[in-house]
Design a protein around this ligand. Structure first.
Ligand code: PHE
Length: 453
């Protein structure tokens, strides 16, 4: 009998809890806040098409690879990569992939938390009826005032970091899994309500056309990079989150099936958000390319003008908060487990220190919406630079290394037995995607976007 190694940080109780936790990590602000605004900025359908292609051809095989590495290593990504490299007698420098991912998680959370703070504030605004009957213009003005005040943003960012670290300090398993079980379906239902409202605006078809009419003339190199980066971001790939979640996964659970389910749910949520939001954008004469403010300017208008909107609007932002919360916890998990494994800290101390550093970095994002909004590098402010660096560069690059490691360096026997797919064909498809398609496609898109091709 083989003795199964377990992570010192714990293990999921079932396949279902893993799916919930990983879906919780995947579905977040990326789906509801970022996907619609990126789609708007990059002109709609072409972006959506590349995005879906990236999820199918790169995202799913990459997710399988990460879960597989995590489950085999059963440690924080840095140590997992180090040990797996040792197992196959290759360079210990592969641990750098783990380091880069861990840093990417901290960098992403530093701005993610600021936006998470916005959702907290919007729960309050909707709850007291601020948006009731409000026009698109009034809602936009309010948003401008809100982000223009650094002290307010700082307070909301701090509050969001505190609730995140509170859960992280206690370990992910007890509270969160249970919450996600109810809250994710509820978020889905509320999105359906919003889609229903969007249908009544008279601009529903225009919204659909914007999202789905193929228009390849709009396919720019930077749009393709953004779509690919967003696929990595939305599925939480390329940085070790899925690896660490995989390290808590019991043996004998199908990695392929779970990965496909997570990717499908994640994509459906993003598409539904787009289908709900663009008709409202057009009906109110708002700008689809408005950027990060997009959903904070459209959703309040929709709820402000429907019966029971105060209640539903508040509920919507509560659910968005939960989605952001379950993702933010996963973003910091590689850093927290690293501090525990490498420096012997308790979970509480590890949570405190990683949280503090992330919070401090977040100040840059807070100020980039107001007092530093004019300070730019390559035309991007601090927040935009951080987002570009992480989503568009660090995650796809991390993805290439993970693909090469899993596809080329790991032995076929190991990956085959870890993935334990039923048919030979499934394994072959995965192998082709992870060996050739993923690294080559990511490289081409990257080089094209930075002007090398
Ligand atoms: N996938 C999350 C979202 O869409 C963000 C995230 C990225 C979480 C990377 C973990 C790791 O909001």
């Amino acid at each position: 009998m083989t003795t199964e190694r377990q992570s010192i940080h714990g293990q999921w109780s079932s396949r279902w809890t893993f799916i919930l936790a990983a879906t919780g990590a995947a579905v977040g602000l990326g789906n509801i806040w970022k996907f619609p605004y990126l789609t708007g900025e990059h002109g709609g359908s072409a972006f959506v098409l590349v995005y879906i292609l990236c999820v199918a051809a790169l995202g799913i095989p990459m997710m399988m690879a990460e879960v597989m590495l995590g489950r085999r290593g059963r440690e924080t990504p840095v140590n997992t990569m180090r040990h797996l490299a040792k197992e196959i007698h290759t360079s210990p420098h592969w641990q750098l992939v783990g380091w880069a991912g861990t840093v990417a998680g901290v960098l992403i959370l530093s701005y993610y938390s600021v936006i998470g703070g916005w959702t907290l504030a919007y729960i309050l605004y909707s709850g007291v009826g601020t948006f009731s009957g409000a026009s698109g213009e009034a809602v936009s003005n309010l948003f401008g005032k809100f982000v223009g005040n650094p002290i307010g943003l700082l307070a909301w960012h701090t509050a969001f970091m505190i609730i995140t670290m509170f859960v992280v300090a206690r370990g992910v398993k007890s509270g969160l899994e249970k919450a996600v079980q109810w809250l994710m379906p509820a978020l889905f239902v509320l999105l359906l309500v919003l889609v229903g409202y969007a249908m009544t605006t008279g601009f529903f078809l225009k919204g659909l056309a914007f999202l789905f009419t193929p228009d390849f003339s709009r396919l720019s190199g930077s749009g393709m990079l953004a779509a690919m980066g967003q696929a990595f971001f939305s599925l939480s790939l390329g940085m070790g989150t899925i690896m660490i979640y995989g390290s808590y996964l019991p043996k004998g659970i199908s990695i392929a099936q779970t990965s496909v389910s997570i990717a499908v749910v994640d994509t459906l949520v993003a598409l539904m958000a787009g289908i709900a939001i663009f008709p409202i954008v057009f009906a109110n004469g708002l700008e689809p390319g408005a950027g990060p403010s997009l959903i904070f300017e459209t959703i309040p208008v929709a709820f402000g003008n429907m019966a029971g909107g105060t209640l539903f609007g508040t509920l919507f932002f509560v659910l968005l908060l939960i989605a952001a919360w379950t993702s933010s916890i996963s973003l910091i998990e590689p850093a927290v487990t690293l501090l525990i494994e490498k420096y012997g800290m308790t979970r509480l101390h590890a949570a405190f220190w990683s949280g503090l550093i992330t919070w401090a970095l977040g100040l840059g994002t807070v100020f980039s919406f107001n007092i530093w909004s004019e300070s730019t590098l390559f035309g991007l402010n601090f927040f935009e630079l951080l987002d570009y660096l992480t989503s568009n560069l660090m995650l796809p690059l991390g993805g290439i290394f993970i693909a090469v490691f899993a596809g080329w360096l790991m032995t076929k026997e190991t990956s085959k037995s870890e993935l334990s797919m039923k048919g030979e064909v499934g394994y072959k498809i995965w192998q082709i995607l992870i060996r050739y398609v993923a690294p080559v496609a990511v490289l081409i898109v990257l080089c094209n976007a930075i002007g090398l091709l």
